[in-house]
Write a protein that binds this ligand. Structure first.
Ligand code: ZN
Length: 232
């Protein structure tokens, strides 16, 4: 480190101090020639990749643009700022950790959507409508249905999904006969074993779960400590 006063190239470090948040080091130095003192700061250099826009043009990565996108999408939404900061820093880190010199703007948009989806579904839809360039109300409907089906996926584990599919298929059997009642299916499960199943056939007949429970009884299976899966 050259002395800023006399340009002598030899300096002596008198003191080193790490900053409070740990991201920089301050060093107090003394020039061995003119003996004047000065400080230097050392920080990590983070080189973010440049962004390739859809048009093919390159631009500098801008965290501010991402922050703006977040604040527009989250306008008046009940999300606290520390969660927002965490999301933005997740995006920043994901892009940095790619270790690439260039990154597609699409990729960044996708990261933003993933984070917004976790934070707030309304904000997600707002952002997606602009980002994916929704043309009409049907585009909103499609996206909202996607969100709902993803939630459905998260609600159940693998076995439970299997039972729910069975139940939905059972319910379908009553598609026409059960009217005007809703179509309902039910399976009774104990320790991952299906004890019985039932569906609602027609108005006035036993409901799906009664059908299933009666079958259990017939087989002399006790229907306690069981799991009942049914639609409706
Ligand atoms: Zn000097």
């Amino acid at each position: 480190m050259k002395c800023p006063f006399c340009s002598n190239s030899e300096t002596q470090v008198m003191d080193s101090r790490v900053s409070e948040n740990g991201d920089s080091v301050k060093r107090r130095r003394k020039c061995v020639s003119c003996e004047k003192r000065f400080s230097t700061f050392e920080t990590v250099e983070i080189k973010m990749p440049s962004v390739i826009k859809i048009s093919g043009a390159r631009e500098e990565f801008s965290l501010e643009k991402i922050q703006n996108g977040f604040s527009k999408a989250l306008y008046r939404r009940p999300v606290n700022s520390s969660d927002i900061d965490l999301s933005i820093s997740n995006i920043h880190n994901s892009i940095y950790n790619l270790g690439k010199r260039e990154v597609n703007s699409n990729y960044i948009g996708q990261l933003v959507m993933n984070e917004l989806m976790k934070l707030d579904k309304v904000a997600y839809i707002r952002f997606a409508s602009v980002y994916k360039d929704f043309k009409d109300i049907d585009d909103f409907g499609t996206e909202i249905n996607n969100i709902k089906s993803q939630d459905w996926e998260k609600l159940f584990n693998k076995d439970e999904k299997k039972y729910m599919r069975m139940v939905l298929n059972l319910a379908k059997k009553g598609l026409y006969s059960s009217m005007p009642n809703p179509r309902v299916g039910c399976v009774i499960v104990k320790n991952k074993q299906i004890l019985s199943e039932g569906w609602h056939v027609k108005p006035g007949d036993d409901h799906a779960e009664i059908v299933a429970l009666k079958k259990c009884k017939k087989k002399n299976q006790r229907s306690y400590n069981v799991c009942k899966f049914r639609t409706l």
